[in-house]
Design a protein. Sequence first.
Lengths: 151, 58
Amino acid sequence: MNGPDFSAHTPTPEPSSSADSGTPESASAADSLRVLVSCVLAWAIPGLGHIASGRIGRGIVFAVIVLSLFLGGILLEGKVYRPEPGEPLTYLAAVGAAGVGLPYVVAQKAGWNLGDIRSQSYEYGTTFTLVAGLLNLLIVLDAYDVATGRR
Amino acid sequence: MVNSHFLYLVLFAAAVGAVLGAMLRNDVREAARLAMWITLSLVGTALVLAWAMYFISP
Protein backbone atom coordinates (compact mmCIF):
# COMPACT_ATOMS: atom_id res chain seq x y z
CA MET A 1 0.00 0.00 0.00
CA ASN A 2 1.46 3.29 -1.00
CA GLY A 3 1.70 6.14 1.41
CA PRO A 4 0.05 9.46 0.85
CA ASP A 5 1.14 11.33 -2.28
CA PHE A 6 2.45 14.68 -1.34
CA SER A 7 3.92 15.47 -4.73
CA ALA A 8 0.66 16.97 -6.01
CA HIS A 9 0.49 19.47 -3.17
CA THR A 10 2.35 22.71 -3.55
CA PRO A 11 3.96 23.87 -0.34
CA THR A 12 2.07 26.63 1.43
CA PRO A 13 4.08 29.83 1.66
CA GLU A 14 5.56 30.83 4.95
CA PRO A 15 3.88 33.77 6.76
CA SER A 16 5.33 37.07 5.60
CA SER A 17 8.01 38.66 7.69
CA SER A 18 7.57 41.77 9.81
CA ALA A 19 9.24 43.87 7.12
CA ASP A 20 6.26 43.42 4.77
CA SER A 21 3.37 45.91 4.58
CA GLY A 22 0.65 43.59 5.78
CA THR A 23 1.50 43.48 9.48
CA PRO A 24 -0.61 45.12 12.19
CA GLU A 25 2.24 47.51 13.08
CA SER A 26 2.60 48.90 9.56
CA ALA A 27 -1.18 49.07 9.12
CA SER A 28 -1.45 51.04 12.37
CA ALA A 29 1.23 53.49 11.22
CA ALA A 30 -0.53 53.92 7.89
CA ASP A 31 -3.84 54.54 9.66
CA SER A 32 -2.26 57.12 11.95
CA LEU A 33 -0.76 58.92 8.96
CA ARG A 34 -4.10 58.86 7.17
CA VAL A 35 -5.85 60.34 10.21
CA LEU A 36 -3.18 63.02 10.55
CA VAL A 37 -3.42 63.95 6.88
CA SER A 38 -7.21 64.12 7.16
CA CYS A 39 -6.98 66.50 10.11
CA VAL A 40 -4.38 68.71 8.42
CA LEU A 41 -6.49 68.90 5.27
CA ALA A 42 -9.57 69.72 7.37
CA TRP A 43 -7.74 72.63 8.96
CA ALA A 44 -6.12 73.92 5.77
CA ILE A 45 -9.27 74.00 3.65
CA PRO A 46 -12.59 73.73 5.53
CA GLY A 47 -14.38 70.54 4.54
CA LEU A 48 -11.44 69.00 2.68
CA GLY A 49 -10.73 66.53 5.46
CA HIS A 50 -14.25 65.09 5.19
CA ILE A 51 -14.03 64.97 1.41
CA ALA A 52 -10.74 63.08 1.67
CA SER A 53 -12.42 60.58 4.02
CA GLY A 54 -15.30 59.99 1.61
CA ARG A 55 -17.90 62.20 3.28
CA ILE A 56 -18.24 64.41 0.24
CA GLY A 57 -21.64 65.94 0.94
CA ARG A 58 -20.77 66.87 4.49
CA GLY A 59 -17.43 68.27 3.37
CA ILE A 60 -19.04 70.47 0.75
CA VAL A 61 -21.54 71.80 3.30
CA PHE A 62 -18.73 72.66 5.70
CA ALA A 63 -16.65 74.25 2.96
CA VAL A 64 -19.45 76.45 1.65
CA ILE A 65 -20.66 77.62 5.05
CA VAL A 66 -17.34 78.24 6.77
CA LEU A 67 -15.74 79.95 3.79
CA SER A 68 -18.88 82.06 3.25
CA LEU A 69 -18.85 83.04 6.90
CA PHE A 70 -15.19 84.04 6.74
CA LEU A 71 -15.49 85.88 3.45
CA GLY A 72 -18.71 87.52 4.61
CA GLY A 73 -16.95 88.78 7.68
CA ILE A 74 -14.26 90.39 5.56
CA LEU A 75 -16.85 91.94 3.24
CA LEU A 76 -18.64 93.33 6.29
CA GLU A 77 -15.37 95.17 6.97
CA GLY A 78 -14.62 93.15 10.04
CA LYS A 79 -11.16 92.54 11.40
CA VAL A 80 -9.30 89.26 11.14
CA TYR A 81 -7.48 88.98 14.45
CA ARG A 82 -3.72 88.81 14.51
CA PRO A 83 -1.46 88.71 17.58
CA GLU A 84 -0.72 92.22 18.78
CA PRO A 85 2.11 92.77 21.28
CA GLY A 86 0.76 94.21 24.51
CA GLU A 87 -2.75 92.86 23.83
CA PRO A 88 -2.82 89.34 25.30
CA LEU A 89 -6.41 88.60 24.31
CA THR A 90 -5.58 89.13 20.66
CA TYR A 91 -3.32 86.08 20.86
CA LEU A 92 -6.30 83.98 21.92
CA ALA A 93 -8.52 85.53 19.26
CA ALA A 94 -5.83 84.98 16.62
CA VAL A 95 -5.71 81.28 17.48
CA GLY A 96 -9.46 81.11 17.02
CA ALA A 97 -9.48 83.01 13.75
CA ALA A 98 -6.53 81.00 12.43
CA GLY A 99 -8.65 77.89 12.83
CA VAL A 100 -10.11 78.62 9.40
CA GLY A 101 -6.81 77.54 7.87
CA LEU A 102 -5.22 78.84 4.70
CA PRO A 103 -7.88 81.53 4.13
CA TYR A 104 -6.58 83.14 7.33
CA VAL A 105 -3.05 83.20 5.94
CA VAL A 106 -4.29 84.62 2.64
CA ALA A 107 -6.29 87.33 4.43
CA GLN A 108 -3.30 88.35 6.51
CA LYS A 109 -0.91 88.43 3.57
CA ALA A 110 -3.36 90.29 1.30
CA GLY A 111 -4.09 92.96 3.89
CA TRP A 112 -7.76 92.07 4.26
CA ASN A 113 -7.36 91.67 8.00
CA LEU A 114 -7.65 95.26 9.16
CA GLY A 115 -11.35 95.95 8.80
CA ASP A 116 -12.88 99.38 9.22
CA ILE A 117 -13.78 100.19 12.79
CA ARG A 118 -15.93 103.07 11.59
CA SER A 119 -18.21 100.70 9.70
CA GLN A 120 -21.60 99.82 11.17
CA SER A 121 -20.98 96.16 10.40
CA TYR A 122 -17.44 96.05 11.84
CA GLU A 123 -18.37 94.11 14.96
CA TYR A 124 -20.47 91.65 13.01
CA GLY A 125 -17.75 91.09 10.45
CA THR A 126 -15.15 90.53 13.15
CA THR A 127 -17.43 88.04 14.87
CA PHE A 128 -18.05 86.24 11.59
CA THR A 129 -14.35 85.76 10.87
CA LEU A 130 -13.62 84.61 14.40
CA VAL A 131 -16.53 82.15 14.53
CA ALA A 132 -15.60 80.76 11.11
CA GLY A 133 -12.25 79.80 12.58
CA LEU A 134 -13.77 78.33 15.72
CA LEU A 135 -16.30 76.31 13.72
CA ASN A 136 -13.51 74.93 11.55
CA LEU A 137 -11.66 73.78 14.66
CA LEU A 138 -14.79 71.79 15.55
CA ILE A 139 -14.82 70.46 12.01
CA VAL A 140 -11.23 69.29 12.40
CA LEU A 141 -12.26 67.31 15.48
CA ASP A 142 -15.15 65.83 13.51
CA ALA A 143 -12.78 64.95 10.68
CA TYR A 144 -10.67 63.08 13.22
CA ASP A 145 -13.72 61.10 14.34
CA VAL A 146 -14.61 60.30 10.73
CA ALA A 147 -11.06 59.24 9.88
CA THR A 148 -10.85 56.96 12.96
CA GLY A 149 -14.21 55.39 12.16
CA ARG A 150 -16.14 56.71 15.13
CA ARG A 151 -18.65 58.39 12.80
CA MET B 1 -25.04 97.22 1.42
CA VAL B 2 -28.01 96.50 3.62
CA ASN B 3 -27.03 97.15 7.22
CA SER B 4 -29.56 95.17 9.18
CA HIS B 5 -28.66 93.87 12.58
CA PHE B 6 -31.43 91.28 12.41
CA LEU B 7 -30.24 90.04 9.00
CA TYR B 8 -26.71 89.53 10.32
CA LEU B 9 -28.12 87.75 13.35
CA VAL B 10 -30.17 85.37 11.21
CA LEU B 11 -27.27 84.68 8.82
CA PHE B 12 -24.94 83.93 11.70
CA ALA B 13 -27.47 81.67 13.40
CA ALA B 14 -28.15 79.84 10.13
CA ALA B 15 -24.45 79.25 9.52
CA VAL B 16 -23.84 77.91 13.02
CA GLY B 17 -26.98 75.78 12.87
CA ALA B 18 -26.07 74.32 9.49
CA VAL B 19 -22.56 73.37 10.57
CA LEU B 20 -23.69 71.80 13.84
CA GLY B 21 -26.59 70.03 12.16
CA ALA B 22 -24.35 68.51 9.50
CA MET B 23 -21.82 67.51 12.13
CA LEU B 24 -24.14 65.89 14.66
CA ARG B 25 -26.54 64.01 12.40
CA ASN B 26 -25.85 61.53 9.60
CA ASP B 27 -29.28 61.58 8.01
CA VAL B 28 -29.93 64.61 5.80
CA ARG B 29 -33.44 65.18 7.12
CA GLU B 30 -32.35 64.89 10.72
CA ALA B 31 -29.45 67.24 10.04
CA ALA B 32 -31.76 69.82 8.46
CA ARG B 33 -34.18 69.52 11.35
CA LEU B 34 -31.44 69.99 13.93
CA ALA B 35 -30.01 72.91 11.96
CA MET B 36 -33.39 74.61 11.88
CA TRP B 37 -33.88 74.00 15.59
CA ILE B 38 -30.49 75.46 16.47
CA THR B 39 -31.04 78.47 14.20
CA LEU B 40 -34.45 79.24 15.66
CA SER B 41 -33.13 78.77 19.18
CA LEU B 42 -30.28 81.21 18.61
CA VAL B 43 -32.54 83.83 17.03
CA GLY B 44 -35.21 83.34 19.67
CA THR B 45 -32.73 83.61 22.51
CA ALA B 46 -31.32 86.80 21.03
CA LEU B 47 -34.79 88.30 20.74
CA VAL B 48 -35.67 87.36 24.32
CA LEU B 49 -32.44 88.86 25.62
CA ALA B 50 -32.95 91.98 23.52
CA TRP B 51 -36.38 92.58 24.97
CA ALA B 52 -35.12 91.82 28.47
CA MET B 53 -32.38 94.42 28.05
CA TYR B 54 -34.95 96.86 26.73
CA PHE B 55 -37.11 96.58 29.81
CA ILE B 56 -34.29 96.66 32.34
CA SER B 57 -32.51 99.57 30.73
CA PRO B 58 -32.76 102.88 32.62
